[in-house]
Design a protein around this ligand. Sequence first.
Ligand SMILES: Cc1ncc(COP(=O)(O)O)c(C=O)c1O
Length: 278
Amino acid sequence: MKGISEDKGTILTCTNNFSGRTISIVSFSTEEQYKDGFGPFTPGFQNVEYGDIESLKVAINEDTIAFLIEPIQGEAGIIIPPDGYLKEAFELCKKHNVLFIADEIQSGLGRSGKLFAFEYDNIRPDVVIIGKALSGGCYPVSAVLSDREVLGVFNPGDHGSTFGGNPLGAAVARESLKVLVEEKLIENSFELGNYFRAELNEIPSKHVKLIRGKGLFIGVELHEEAGGARRFCEALAERGILCKETHTHVIRFAPPLVIKKEQIDEALVKIKEVLLMP
Ligand SMILES: Cc1ncc(COP(=O)(O)O)c(C=O)c1O
């Protein structure tokens, strides 16, 4: 126990974060639209600049309880922090006895080409939040992972929700994790992600500013003059390819982890057609 006085602790979070839509979570959002009309908000959060270790160094202190971070920011437009940042941030947290919490709800469970995106920095967070792919997308189930030392502070009855601890959810999650491993979907994500990004880079589109990503978690950032990613996503939808614009100028590709090379090739023909639009 760190011994911070009751109601005095702070949780550090990051600019451009997205961890959901509850009141406490939107309390630290830097996106006005997520907060508009939902106040009053929960105090106790402070944002630091995502990917900037100096910003974390300045903010962290004896009242810091935890640092919550998405190892890759999905909603913000597939933003990847500089190499080594997560490791430095983790070590800084250790030095100050601060819990490092990784929100892997989007980036986790194979999406980034590793089981967890934080593995690229060889760290082991104190707490990991997972969801979405935990059920293969077919059942609402999410989880918080940690050691007993951390989660053991909860006693039976301290916390709960109507559908929390759902046995069917747990069974679906176990089966999904088995499929992820047995069907080598993490390896597939890593290999085909590299292939997909390399092929996207070959498309001579005047609209594309930058292609970034890890595994099958890919963002195509467009120049402002392209007029936003939405029209490209709509043109792709008309051709049978679903993707979503994030932060106005980024097309986010997050194909199913079971995708095959031939299907990526098929999609690339259409993506090329759309990215070469005027
Ligand atoms: C990175 C991240 N964290 C948290 C959440 C919120 O999860 P939930 O909808 O289960 O509250 C989301 C939802 O999209 C997310 O993308």
